[in-house]
Each structure stands twice: as C-alpha cells, then as structure tokens.
Ligand binder design. Sequence first.
Ligand SMILES: CC(C)(COP(=O)(O)OP(=O)(O)OC[C@H]1O[C@@H](n2cnc3c(N)ncnc32)[C@H](O)[C@@H]1OP(=O)(O)O)[C@@H](O)C(=O)NCCC(=O)NCCS
Length: 178
Amino acid sequence: MWKKFNIFQLAIFKNFRKHYQPKVVKIQERTFTIRQLDIGDIKSLLDLQRKVYQGETPWMRSAFLAELYSRYSHLYLGVLFEEQVIAFMGVRVFLTDGHITNIAVSPDFQGMGIGSLLLEESEKFAHSLDCATMSLEVRRSNQDAQRLYRRLGYVSRKVLPNYYDEDQEDAIDMVKYL
Ligand SMILES: CC(C)(COP(=O)(O)OP(=O)(O)OC[C@H]1O[C@@H](n2cnc3c(N)ncnc32)[C@H](O)[C@@H]1OP(=O)(O)O)[C@@H](O)C(=O)NCCC(=O)NCCS
C-alpha cells in the first residue's frame, strides 16, 4: 500500500514539472508545429472533431476541460498547420500505465504519419514517467486505427462489450509493453 501511494504521489508531483517543448516537423514538404494544448484550444478541438466524426463531437467542452485540468499526469498535444489545429492526442498516466484517451487527425491530413508521430510522443512522455505499458480502447469496427496500433506494437488484450454509450458498440482494449 505504501509503495502504491508513493508511485501515485510521484505521478502527481511530476505533473507539475513536465512541460513539452514545442517541435517543428516537416512532412511531405509541409511544416507542422506540435505543442501542448490548453483551454484556449478547446473550440478548435470541437471543430476538429466535427470534421473527423461527420459533425459529431464525442468529447464535449466539459470532457476536454476535465482532462486539461486533471490532477493525473497528462499530456495533450496538438499538431498545427498554418496556425490551425489539424490533429490532437491525449495521454493520461495512472500508476505505471500511459493511457491514450483520445487521438484524431483531420481527414485532409490522415495517412501522412501524424497519428504515428503523436503516439510516439505519448510513449516518450509515459516512458519519462517510468510507465511499463501504454493502453487504449478502440471501436471494434475501427479496423484502420487497429491496424495502425498493431503496427506500432499494440496487442489486443480483451473485448469490452457495449463500451460506447451512444450505440453500444464493443471496444477492443489494446496494450503495448514498453
Ligand atoms: C486513426 C488516426 C488517428 C490515425 O492517424 P493518421 O495520421 O492517419 O495515422 P498515420 O498516418 O500515422 O498512419 C495511418 C496509415 O498511414 C500510413 N502512413 C504513415 N506515414 C505515412 C506517410 N508519411 N505517407 C503516407 N502514409 C503514411 C501508415 O503506414 C498507416 O497505414 P496502415 O493503416 O496500413 O498502418 C486517424 O486516421 C483518425 O483520426 N481517424 C479517425 C478518428 C479515430 O478513429 N481515432 C482513433 C480512435 S481510437
């Protein structure tokens, strides 16, 4: 019990120290900036979700707010092209697991390696906090995302029946051992 408590405290403590240094990357002759997201980005994130999910916003403003202010160690990154957020990803650390809470790339920018890049950044963050695993949930029907996760080393752990409230679709719980 003491050991767990220590790890928990450490995770919180590290949260106050970790800052992501913005990065500039060039992909297919286009220049992108990767930087940490903050509350001022939430409107852009809602707009981005509408593009990705045919007008829907699976995460509302309140969900982003809760995550950005979470007391767990977390990293929310946005990828910007010409000052517009075109992709984002969130990872939250609990004990020794880095959990990908959300990832989305604007349809115009999918298949360029941006999702892979964000997942790599999430792993570096989790690794720096001594995580042993990465985990995520993905819709059973989302074969494209599952293929990407497998390519990056994730394996299926279990099926979570009726996981999504909106339509009761099952989720696949995936894990990667770091
Ligand atoms: C799933 C998602 C986040 C992946 O992001 P992405 O930027 O398209 O991912 P990547 O480009 O890194 O990889 C996707 C494919 O492009 C290929 N690719 C990677 N780099 C590439 C490049 N430079 N040029 C062309 N293709 C590339 C990859 O090989 C991969 O192919 P695969 O599916 O056969 O493995 C994105 O498609 C998305 O937002 N989907 C809708 C929302 C969603 O499903 N989110 C996940 C919820 S769990």
